[in-house]
Design a protein around this ligand. Structure first.
Ligand code: NIG
Ligand code: FE
Length: 427
């Protein structure tokens, strides 16, 4: 019998490298401030199931340690693995008809009030079998891989009943198997995404069901759930209801995330920050006080510029958030109603072009701060730093300015680093 030995120490050379190991808060005026090596070499070592960065240096550095295999990256751009830290990518059906209605002038809120919106997708998702739900969602994840994502957070929330919320989590588990080595999936429980139609007249009973049955069942599932998210919004969940959900989640050891200030500001931001939420998301109508609140907290502000674009709404105050010193991340929000897209590079580009982030601030927002928005899942820190788990996206570019300059361009992720064993010499 012959075994191909798996290399334990790799040299990655001839790379242009952004480490994203610079500061986590505040403005970044240059690539140097984020961590930039026009020419770099790295030694990465196998550490159990993962790789760890052991050394970073310039070509010709005599301090370079030994290695047992070299990979020439062809002068291409190496960054920390991109993280899409906010998606609703597992659902069935589509809502193109609502999109057309919105283009003709009907608002997202009006469509939801008339019985469409999230509950439309809920009906399709309840009606789909597990295999069907997985098959409907897998192409979206494949697109995310092509765009360079290495970590994707996925929320439940198109079930809104015990059976379908559990089916959604099982689908996330099946997709994790299917995309093993390509993607790390992070599951978030979001049964508090909308009031299901059968509880329209009695939302508090649905909140009780979420707290007493759905969250405990999701938290006990074989597919691990790290977070609980809640949509704090007029017509969805009030701050008082969100507080009951936050308490139940905390008792189960789930950390809090919250959709706040998306359509109207009803106090969700202050509540979530005071509750120690890992992140707050959307922030379209966040004011100066909210910005200051976030700047003074550990809570990550997740901007979703493609949702603003798709809903024809203003962007979150991204520039003000960064200037004030908040930790700012960016994600796609991939979902059938408010952001039918998988394009994380476009989120970065719109944040730069319309939201006035600098390109280094935007790249930080899909790497380091996106990892913080997910509490560094499985040791993934969203930066390339000695001693930390190594995970990277390789892009067909030689300079990070190209990531914004070539806007709305085809995917540039290079599959060489697309598997944990680098696609070669796997045992
Ligand atoms: O993030 N805000 C709530 N959830 C989604 C929209 C979901 C949908 O319309 O299906 C969002 O925008
Ligand atoms: Fe969302």
């Amino acid at each position: 019998m012959q075994y191909i030995s798996t290399p334990q120490r790799l040299l990655l050379h001839n790379a242009a490298l952004v480490t994203a190991a610079g500061r986590e808060r505040g403005p970044l005026a240059s690539w140097e401030a984020l961590g930039w090596w026009p020419q770099a070499e790295l030694i990465v070592v196998r550490d159990g199931r993962h790789w760890r960065t052991a050394w970073i240096g310039a070509p010709g550095d005599p301090a370079r340690p030994a290695y047992d295999r070299a990979i020439d990256l062809g002068g291409q751009l190496l960054t920390p693995g991109w993280i899409d830290c906010h998606t609703h990518a597992v659902f069935a059906g589509d809502r193109s008809h609502e999109f057309t209605q919105r283009l003709a002038g009907t608002s997202y809120a009006a469509i939801a009030a008339a019985g469409g919106g999230i509950v439309h997708t809920v009906a399709a998702t309840r009606g789909a079998g597990l295999a069907e739900l997985v098959a409907a969602s897998a192409p979206r994840l494949a697109e995310m891989v092509a765009w360079g994502a290495r970590v994707v957070e996925i929320k439940t929330g198109y079930g809104l009943d015990l059976t379908t919320e559990l089916k959604t989590l099982a689908a996330i588990g099946a997709l994790q198997q299917q995309f093993a080595g390509q993607l790390t999936l992070v599951a978030t429980a979001m049964p508090a995404h909308a009031i299901p139609p059968e509880y329209r007249g009695d939302p508090d009973s649905y909140v009780a069901l979420v707290c007493d049955e759905i969250l405990p069942a999701l938290g006990a599932h074989a597919v691990p759930v790290a977070f609980c998210d809640v949509f704090v919004e007029r017509g969805y969940f009030s701050v008082a209801q969100a507080e009951r959900i936050g308490e139940a989640a905390a008792a189960l050891g789930l950390r809090l995330k919250a959709h706040v200030d998306e359509l109207a500001a009803i106090g969700g931001l202050d509540w979530a920050v005071a509750r120690g939420a890992v992140s707050v998301e959307h922030l379209l109508c966040t004011d100066g006080a909210g910005v200051a609140r976030l700047a003074a907290s550990e809570t990550v502000a997740v901007g979703l510029p493609l949702t603003s674009l798709f809903l024809r709404e203003p962007l979150a105050p991204l520039r003000a958030l960064v200037d004030a010193g908040a930790r700012v991340a960016l994600a796609t929000d991939c979902n059938p109603g408010s952001a039918m897209t998988t394009n994380l590079p476009l989120a970065l580009q719109v944040a730069v072009l319309m939201g006035r982030l600098t390109p280094p601030e935007a790249l930080r927002a899909v790497t380091r701060t996106a990892a913080l928005a997910l509490a560094e899942p499985d040791g993934l820190t969203g930066r390339i730093a000695v001693g930390e788990r190594f995970d990277a996206t390789l892009l067909a570019a030689s300079h990070p300015d190209e990531l914004t300059y070539h806007f709305a361009a085809p995917p540039r992720a290079v599959p060489l680093l697309a598997t944990a064993d680098f696609g070669q010499n796997a045992p």
